[in-house]
Design a protein around this ligand. Structure first.
Ligand SMILES: *[C@@H]1O[C@H](CO)[C@@H](O)[C@H](O)[C@H]1NC(C)=O
Ligand SMILES: *[C@@H]1O[C@H](CO)[C@@H](O)[C@H](O)[C@H]1NC(C)=O
Ligand SMILES: *[C@@H]1O[C@H](CO)[C@@H](O)[C@H](O)[C@H]1NC(C)=O
Ligand SMILES: *[C@@H]1O[C@H](CO)[C@@H](O)[C@H](O)[C@H]1NC(C)=O
Length: 267
């Protein structure tokens, strides 16, 4: 009964948000034709967001980024999944890949510098994760890490490197290494880092993703109402040849708001 009620609540929430999507834009509006349909979500920041497998089965995302692998001084690595059990993650990843969802791992670096202290720590980390996907940002020794990882491959498959940088454009990322860059259109620096063209033109060989919060609760500032996204932001972003898609922060809030049910038709 309780489960039934919960499901009903979730169903109503989804119905409501889909309705809001439809109300936001006239049904006759033709979406821009440069859509890629790529929607990426971060998973692993809340115990109550459902499993990785469930996120992949939600029929909403094309990529799920596991967050985070925390790296701190002297090669200490800590996979912090906010209390999600680690057993089963491997099977969930396989399941996701089996149903065609890409899974990657996001790495964060300890300290405000958001980088690695030495080349040796970069090499150590690349040893540690050479068979994982990388998603991070920074400067200096991170380039060594990225280059080192980019040189490697897993069973013939190339590593795909992505970055979700803080607001430190320009020149903070080595060009030509990161396959994707997720630009955070939110957070403390909302408004400073939202010059789409700087990113799109600055990193022509990367696919640039529009990073958005799933609800006003997800971040302090920077939530975009579906209407502004549809009419204001996406048409500009999709004019760039290297527009990649949309990134959602994060699964927990998206599961509650169903923001991605709007976004994945427009991305
Ligand atoms: C890992 O990094 C994230 C993001 O910076 C942080 O929120 C989290 O508390 C860190 N976890 C540990 C165990 O240090
Ligand atoms: C790199 O790894 C080696 C071997 O595990 C360790 O002795 C060394 O302290 C690490 N170096 C850094 C800079 O983390
Ligand atoms: C670190 O590695 C990079 C790239 O291989 C090299 O250019 C740089 O000189 C190295 N730095 C140090 C301090 O060894
Ligand atoms: C699609 O992208 C091209 C550049 O690749 C751009 O010239 C064109 O304006 C875009 N079309 C739309 C509808 O955004």
């Amino acid at each position: 009964m309780a489960l039934w009620r919960t499901n009903l609540k979730v169903a109503l929430a989804i119905l409501l948000s889909v309705l809001i999507c439809f109300l936001a834009v006239p049904s006759s509006a033709t979406p821009a034709d440069n859509r890629t349909g790529q929607v990426t979500v971060f998973w692993g920041r809340h115990k109550d967001e459902g499993s990785l497998r469930e996120a992949c089965d939600s029929d909403t995302y094309t990529t799920v980024i596991i967050s985070f692998l925390n790296v701190s001084g002297h090669s200490r690595y800590d996979l912090d999944l906010s209390g999600h059990p680690l057993t089963g993650i491997g099977n969930d990843i396989k399941h996701c890949q089996h149903v065609g969802i890409a899974v990657s791992l996001s790495i964060t670096f300890d300290g405000s510098k958001n980088t690695l202290p030495t080349n040796q720590s970069a090499l150590n980390l690349s040893d540690h994760i050479w068979n994982a996907y990388l998603g991070s940002s920074g400067k200096g020794h991170l380039d060594v890490l990225a280059r080192e990882l980019a040189k490697r491959s897993i069973r013939g498959k190339t590593l795909h490197l992505t970055a979700t940088p803080r607001c430190n454009f320009p020149g903070s990322l080595t060009t030509g290494i990161f396959e994707r860059i997720h630009v955070r259109y939110y957070g403390d620096h909302a408004g400073n880092c939202d010059n789409w063209d700087d990113w799109a033109d600055g990193y022509p060989s990367s696919r640039i993703f529009l990073g958005l919060p799933a609800s006003p609760e997800a971040v302090k500032e920077g939530y975009l109402y579906p209407k502004s996204l549809y009419y204001g932001i996406l048409p500009v972003a999709q004019m760039s040849a290297n527009y990649g898609g949309v990134m959602i922060w994060d699964r927990f809030y998206d599961r509650a708001s169903s923001y991605s049910s709007c976004v994945n038709r427009w991305a």
